[in-house]
Write a protein of this length. Structure first.
Length: 230
């Protein structure tokens, strides 16, 4: 299946099967009104009183009760087992951006798989639909080659490489210029904003940017500006 299952003019909230409360979903829907679920994330959305527009995945987690409530027209089964339900959903959504909830706080292997899928999606090339992960404390995004973020002095900004990356920064207490960051070497957790805006450049894909949850709007604005300029 190559055509999008969901082709939305507004941003999409993608609900996965991990912990997600009413406040998380409301915060996401305010910015991304179209709701899509990844497999068992549909049960979580329904429990919170929200009917997803579509459910995408291999459907090994969706309950029979949930499937009955959704009806056949909203459920899209993708049988291949080479990718996660998160990957499948990203592949089959077309929207200005995706804001994913329920992707953190449960099993670490699932969280790592989501982060891997996030980077794989971003590495497919310029113009890819941005995706941000909303957790209980953090906003996570895969860094584009250039990113400008309007943050406040003192804000936490962590850089975590999942591949060897070098880059440059402006506006951080500890600049990254000239540093080789790698998952088995130097990482960039718990950096701080010295003054805004923060400008980041990276020579390769593979870098995660992790911000406080309260800076969600700044993160969305940054990735959308990067996409539009790319």
């Amino acid at each position: 299946m190559n055509q999008p299952v969901v082709d939305s003019r507004v941003a999409v909230t993608l609900v996965a099967g991990g912990p997600c409360g009413a406040r998380d979903l409301a915060m996401a829907r305010k910015r991304a009104p179209c709701v899509v679920a990844a497999d068992g994330g549909a049960d979580r959305a329904l429990a919170l009183g929200v009917m997803p527009q579509a459910v995408i995945g291999d459907l090994d987690s969706l309950s029979q009760a949930g499937r009955a409530r959704l009806g056949p027209d909203r459920v899209f089964r993708i049988d291949e087992q080479e990718t996660t339900d998160f990957d499948k959903a990203l592949r089959l959504i077309a929207a200005p951006f995706v804001l994913a909830v329920g992707v953190a706080g449960r099993r670490i292997d699932h969280e790592l798989a989501v982060l891997s899928g996030l980077l794989r999606h971003q590495a497919l090339g310029a113009g890819r639909m941005p995706c941000l992960l909303l957790g209980r404390q953090d906003v996570i995004l895969a860094a584009p080659p250039r990113l400008s973020l309007r943050l406040r002095a003192g804000d936490r900004l962590s850089l975590f490489p999942l591949a060897p990356v070098t880059g440059r920064s402006r506006g951080l207490v500890w600049p990254i210029d000239g540093l080789r960051l790698a998952p088995d070497g130097r990482i960039g957790t718990s950096n701080r904003v010295d003054s805004g805006p923060v400008d980041l450049e990276f020579d390769a894909p593979g870098m995660l940017v992790i911000l406080p949850r309260a800076r969600l709007d700044a993160a969305i604005a940054g990735v959308m500006a990067a996409q539009n300029s790319g």
